[in-house]
Design a protein around this ligand. Structure first.
Ligand code: ADP
Ligand code: MG
Length: 294
């Protein structure tokens, strides 16, 4: 890590997410639906967190707040040291574009565009040149093992491949925080393993990942499991072990040797020692030894 990055780190602190007493009510006519009731959570840079809990417990509501897609009714949210809970919608859009990558259960790809054009789209809003958009989109597709499918349209791709395109689209802006709300919900178990191997690989290279799942096997890829019920957090396995170089997860698809956490921003500015030993990652045409520059 270079000196200026290091001092930047120290200024911003070690938490990418700090949430205090976050509440969200929905209003349906005269009915108030209290979807979140005072959630507190801190997530360190480089963590891989799974949010679990029954349907209706507030997971998606919470993710939408973390992803700056919505504003809380009350409470504080500091993203990367910046108070975002009271920002207006333009400011939130700006934060989303620069800091957040979001993947949903439905892939939300534009069917008439190629994979490459879909991945490029977030960069159109950031004013990047055509050439820069192209190489960044190609690199993001390579990171999910789909460089060879760049010209394919979503309908010419399998569900798992479409989700990988959606992941590439979420990565193309080099976000500091990667959010995935049930990304494996529509896929078969073999494809799920591939998707999780990709997320695990990205996390091993320094990206902070927060994932919603109701599947315990999927959650075991994360280093920390947080459970929701009725709009509250009821348990959190937060441990100091997340920096461990050997993941404890029984279903681990990759072993990580000497992984260093490089944040903020992803991909990291240096290849700083993160080594991935497949199986499953990188899928097809990713070369993990290649230096990734942002
Ligand atoms: P989960 O993702 O854990 O299934 P959600 O966050 O989607 O839970 O929902 C939490 C609660 O808020 C549920 O009772 C749900 O019906 C309600 N809810 C979610 N979105 C809306 C909305 N847009 N309008 C009204 N109620 C909503
Ligand atoms: Mg949900």
């Amino acid at each position: 890590m270079q000196h200026d990055e290091l001092s930047n780190e120290m200024r911003k602190g070690r938490f990418i997410v700090r949430v205090e007493q976050l509440s969200k009510n929905y209003y349906l006519g005269r009915t108030i639906v209290p979807a979140l009731r005072g959630v507190n959570l801190e997530v360190k840079r480089g963590e891989f967190v799974a949010l679990m809990g029954p349907s209706g417990s507030g997971k998606s509501t919470f993710m939408n707040l973390l992803g700056c897609l919505d504003r809380p009714t009350s409470g504080n949210y500091l993203l990367d040291g910046v108070q975002v809970s009271k920002m207006n919608s333009n400011q939130l859009a700006d934060i989303r574009n620069h800091k957040i990558g979001f993947v949903f259960q439905s892939f939300n790809l534009l069917s008439w565009m190629s994979a490459l054009d879909n991945v490029e789209l977030p960069l159109v809003y950031s004013g990047a040149s055509r050439a820069e958009r192209l190489w960044r989109a190609e690199r993001a597709l390579a990171m999910v093992g789909l460089k060879s499918r760049a010209r394919h349209r979503p309908t010419e791709l399998s569900g798992g491949q479409q989700q990988r395109v959606a992941i590439a689209r979420a990565l193309v802006t080099s976000p500091s925080l990667f959010l995935a709300d049930e990304p494996t919900g529509n896929l078969d178990s073999q494809t799920n393993k591939q998707i999780m191997a990709i997320l695990q690989g990205l996390n091993a290279r320094g990206l902070t990942v927060i994932l919603v799942t109701h599947d315990a096997d999927i959650a075991s890829y994360a280093h920390r499991q947080v459970k929701f019920r009725d709009g509250r957090i009821i348990s959190d396995t937060d441990t100091a072990r997340w920096t461990s170089v050997t993941p404890e997860a029984p279903n681990q698809a990759v072993s990580i040797v000497g992984a260093q956490l490089i944040a903020p921003g992803f991909p990291p500015n240096s290849s700083a020692g993160a080594q991935l030993i497949a199986p499953g990652f990188p899928p097809n045409d990713i070369d993990p030894t290649k230096q990734v520059t942002s």
